[in-house]
Ligand binder design. Structure first.
Ligand code: PRP
Ligand code: URA
Length: 210
């Protein structure tokens, strides 16, 4: 069975996404909004993390309180654009570890080209959130998740801003155990593998390149 797809339809997320999609949104605005949406998505994607009881003493009494079970999360941004989510997410989960996965999409073949990988060594013991604003063909996501699994990761979640139906189908078929969170599912991919209506090239818009 395929893993779930959760569309985060919170009004703040939808409003910020609309501002980002506009071609006239500045580089500064785009970066800021991606950061803010990262924070809101982190809230949603961590909603069901298991808790465990812990005994603490407040200034008034001893109590059984709840804390998140297990080791710290790993945030795994796919370079470059995935880094846009990082600061916002780290502001909510400041102790998270970070894995960097360097991949770019060959503009002709749309195949993923891997160029960098650095992650904590104990991936098998941690929940890994794979971050990339764009899920288009899913070649990048499939490759990143494959690399993380090869290094031991077993509990992964994929978080994006925009997904194409083609990308969701591909990711579900390649990694049926990895649930997806997205702020929107757009119409389709165009002949160049861009999400329609989308927002253009996320990395270029975030860094002011091109
Ligand atoms: C973009 C985006 C994703 C990828 C999505 O990266 O940030 O990583 O394309 O497309 P896919 O689902 O078809 O693989 P890009 O290759 O432009 O690299 P960049 O982030 O370094 O600009
Ligand atoms: N990568 C992007 O940045 N944008 C798209 O629409 C597709 C892939």
């Amino acid at each position: 069975m395929n893993a779930t797809v959760t569309v985060v339809d919170h009004p703040l997320v939808q409003h910020k996404l609309t501002v980002m999609r506009d071609r006239d949104c500045s580089t500064k605005g785009f970066r800021q909004l991606l950061n803010e949406i990262g924070m809101l998505l982190a809230y949603e994607v961590t909603r069901d993390l298991p808790l465990e009881p812990v005994s603490i003493e407040t200034p008034v009494a001893r109590m059984e309180a709840q804390r998140i079970q297990g080791k710290k999360l790993v945030l795994a941004p796919i370079l470059r654009a995935g880094v846009g989510f990082l600061d916002g997410m780290l502001s909510l989960v400041p102790s998270a570890r970070v894995a960097h996965v360097g991949i770019y999409r060959d503009p002709e073949t749309l195949e993923a080209v891997e160029y960098y990988f650095k992650a904590p060594s104990d991936l098998a013991d941690r929940t890994v959130l794979v971050l990339d604003p764009m899920l288009a063909t899913a070649n990048s996501a499939v490759s990143a998740i494959g690399q993380l699994k090869k290094r031991g990761a077993r509990d992964l979640r994929f978080v994006c801003l925009l997904a194409a139906p083609e990308g969701i189908a591909r990711l579900q078929s390649a990694h049926p155990d990895v649930p997806i969170w997205t702020a929107a599912i757009d119409s389709h991919l165009n002949d160049h593998g861009y999400i329609v209506p989308g927002l253009g090239d996320a990395g270029d818009r975030m860094y002011g390149t091109r």
